[in-house]
Design a protein around this ligand. Structure first.
Ligand code: HEM
Length: 360
């Protein structure tokens, strides 16, 4: 770390332009000595903490300190306006980072549009007609390209936007390792295979998270991202009309909530009607998501099974987080860093895209 700063300072003294170009290229060989661990993860929960989450060679919080010190301010100013205008933007951007990281790592592959060489992940089952926020990312990228050309990656913009969105919605802040580079490929099949479906059982959810190096604490914690935003009727309809193939509703749904949902989500049609994931405070990042689950008012099967799934300690975690918002916030910060560290491209791998929608 010291070597990095000294080198960059010397360059800053030479010229600002040089320092910009060279400082970002420099971290290639940096190794903080914590090793790579399992794909994207580090085995145990919270293993990234204590060192500012920088336990990965090439990713560290001060990455843009010299090359684009205003990067986070630019991200935050765009977010501030966009979220004030429409609070749901925060939820959509938080989800974008998740859908990026679960498919070939946090490499902004999710942002690539269809082209001669790219089958866009935007057309996968989980993403089509569902993922949002791309225009906000475009605006951030355009501003960053003006301020610091070809310096801040789209993958880092997603990570910064997820953190900023959380903070601006009232949630926790965290120290964010940076230095991800952008992929030159996307994986439509990876997107169809690696993002869990809303009707998943608890063992399935655990398995999908484990494949990314995330554990059951991460699963419960990160599901708390559903404290903001909405879901379409088509994602929870099965629970209302035919949960187990017997034309009966999900018995774990609280009755009055069930009747309310039926009015938004009829048995036929209305697939794009929306309902808040946390109806008591849909734009506020807080722990009511967990309180609602305890009351049988989780919107998706994947939310409610954290309480009823009867595997591991997820039930206890839901209870702990509903009792103690501070505990949830601490864990959320840790698990977001862990998710953000899934298989990043660093060093000479990938590129810094000029436009997040296409490769250079
Ligand atoms: C545990 C497995 C998960 C499943 C099965 C799941 C599923 C879903 C579904 C089906 C929707 C609604 C999509 C639509 O109707 O178009 C949604 C929305 C959302 N998800 Fe998840 N999700 C999971 C985990 C996560 C994680 C880890 C995060 C972030 C940390 C997250 C953040 C969000 C947010 C913020 C929204 C609202 C988006 C908006 O309003 O635009 N989800 N999720």
């Amino acid at each position: 770390m010291a070597r990095f700063k000294v080198t960059c300072l010397a360059l800053v003294a030479m010229t600002l332009v040089y320092s910009t170009t060279l400082c970002v290229a420099h971290p290639v060989g940096f190794n903080f000595g914590w090793g790579w661990g399992s794909p994207g993860g580090n085995g145990g929960h919270g293993g990234n903490s204590g060192n500012g989450g920088g336990g990965y060679p090439g990713l560290f919080p001060e990455y843009y300190q010299f090359s684009c010190p205003q990067a986070n301010d630019i991200v935050m100013s765009v977010l501030h306006k966009a979220i004030a205008n429409n609070p749901r933007v925060a939820a959509s951007l938080l989800r974008l980072h998740f859908h990026d990281c679960f498919v070939q790592g946090c490499d902004a592959s999710v942002l690539l549009d269809d082209s001669a060489t790219i089958s866009s992940e935007k057309n996968s089952g989980p993403n089509k007609n569902s993922l949002r926020g791309f225009e906000v990312i475009d605006e951030i990228k355009a501003k960053l390209e003006e301020a610091c050309p070809q310096t801040v990656s789209c993958a880092d913009i997603l990570a910064l936007s997820a953190r900023g969105s959380t903070v601006l919605s009232g949630g926790p802040n965290w120290v964010l390792p940076l230095g991800r580079r952008d992929s030159t490929t996307a994986s439509l099949t990876g997107s169809n295979r690696n993002i869990p479906a809303p009707n998943s059982s608890l063992p399935t959810l655990l398995n999908f998270f484990q494949r990314q190096g995330l554990d059951e604490v991460d699963l419960v914690t990160l599901s708390g991202g559903h404290t903001i935003g909405v879901a379409r009727c088509v994602t929870f309809k099965q629970r209302l009309y035919n949960q187990n193939g017997n034309n009966q509703p999900d018995s774990t749904l609280e009755r009055s909530y069930y009747f309310g949902l039926k009015s938004v989500c009829p048995s036929s049609g209305g697939d794009n009607n929306i309902s808040p994931l946390d109806f008591s405070s849909p734009a506020r990042f807080d722990n009511t998501y967990f309180k609602l689950i305890l009351l049988g008012k989780g919107l998706l099967t994947s939310d409610q099974v954290l309480l009823t799934g009867n595997v591991g300690k997820t039930l206890e975690l839901v209870k702990s987080f509903s009792d103690d918002e501070g505990l949830f916030f601490q864990h959320f910060a840790k698990s977001m860093v862990k998710m953000g560290n899934i298989r990043p491209l660093t060093g000479l791998k990938g590129q810094v895209r000029k436009n997040c929608r296409r490769v250079n």
